[in-house]
Design a protein. Structure first.
Length: 95
């Protein structure tokens, strides 16, 4: 088990790794977009007047939030790979 990738050391005092903030922000933006999507679809089922175009534009935040969270995930993966390479290079050096 010693040859496997070591645990990623924390970079910040609060225990977060790079990309965590982007993932959290992406989840929030995605949730806002999801709620807006539900609100804009509701008039179709209730038979009321549709919302203005701005409401439909806000519902596009769902995709933006997904992309932001994916970028945070990729940043986290890249950071973990850098840490693993650094650890393996340090371990491979002769003493």
């Amino acid at each position: 088990m010693r040859s496997e990738t070591p645990a990623v050391p924390v970079d910040d005092v609060d225990g977060s790794v790079p990309g965590d903030g982007l993932v959290k922000a992406g989840v929030i933006v995605f949730a806002v977009g999801a709620v807006a999507t539900l609100v804009t679809v509701a008039p179709l089922f209730l038979g009321t007047a549709p919302f203005p175009t701005v409401a439909y534009l806000v519902s596009m935040l769902m995709g933006v939030g997904f992309l932001v969270a994916a970028a945070g995930l990729l940043r986290s993966v890249a950071s973990q790979r850098r840490q693993a390479r650094k650890a393996s290079a340090t371990a491979a050096q002769p003493r």
